[in-house]
Write a protein that binds this ligand. Sequence first.
Ligand SMILES: Nc1ncnc2c1ncn2[C@@H]1O[C@H](COP(=O)(O)OP(=O)(O)OP(=O)(O)O)[C@@H](O)[C@H]1O
Ligand SMILES: [Mg+2]
Length: 259
Amino acid sequence: MVIDGLHILHGVDFDVAPVGVTALLGRNGAGKTTTVKAVMGLVPRTGSIRLSGSELSSLPTHLVVRHGIGYAPEDRGIFAGLTVAENLRLAERAAGSGSGSGGEAGEPNYALVHELFPELKQRAGQLAGTLSGGQQQMVAIGRTLLNRNRLIIADEPTKGLAPKIVAEVAEVLARAAEAVPVLLVEQNLALVRRLAGTCAVLADGRTAHRGDTAELLADEEAARRLLGVGSRHPLAGGPRPAAAPASPAAPVVTAEVKP
Ligand SMILES: Nc1ncnc2c1ncn2[C@@H]1O[C@H](COP(=O)(O)OP(=O)(O)OP(=O)(O)O)[C@@H](O)[C@H]1O
Ligand SMILES: [Mg+2]
């Protein structure tokens, strides 16, 4: 069986806002994970994926990473048998590895990670496998902030977590998005409503909708058709994302993944 982005995606295009959180939405199996894997070069892809003006679509994963994308995959990718500090150390990119390829060189930014997530400093010596789900997401997102990235991609960071932990992860993401724009794959629409100013919705490997998140979630018919949620979900109203971009600044990513 051949599984790759070319067979699963049939025309996906979206932009990531230069500030705050942009959501990538869609029902189970819509192609969200395959799309972010296509951006990372983890599945074959054609088309155009531009990050702050650099074309990434022909690059292998290690060079995509060097251009400045931090990726927190669907399974978190934490090493349970290593400590928090060791997990972070493994994520350090060699100083200067970004130079010449569009990424930003420099020492790993532990100051930022510890400022946003002081708990990671307090728990530096703790085995990651003994952390709560929320703390593990802190490690996963913290790793993406270590390397002065231009973009963070988080694939369903709240999957399988209890509601209280989901709230913690939301806080983690909100803090991260103050430092770096985030592309968030997420099924928890209340969370999306709170964090993401704009969104793209995938259906059957295609972009089915792009626009303002609050508007989409307030439109009962569209939300049901695109996301499969009913009218009893309290998605309309409430505060809008604090970091929603007010100006039409250029997107940090422009992606057109072709079949
Ligand atoms: N390794 C694989 N083997 C078989 N089918 C796959 C594989 N990876 C993806 N697919 C298929 O490709 C389609 C898109 O999958 P993808 O994982 O990208 O969806 P998703 O939107 O991330 O779904 P979910 O919300 O469940 O995470 C689905 O129909 C899925 O069954
Ligand atoms: Mg997925």
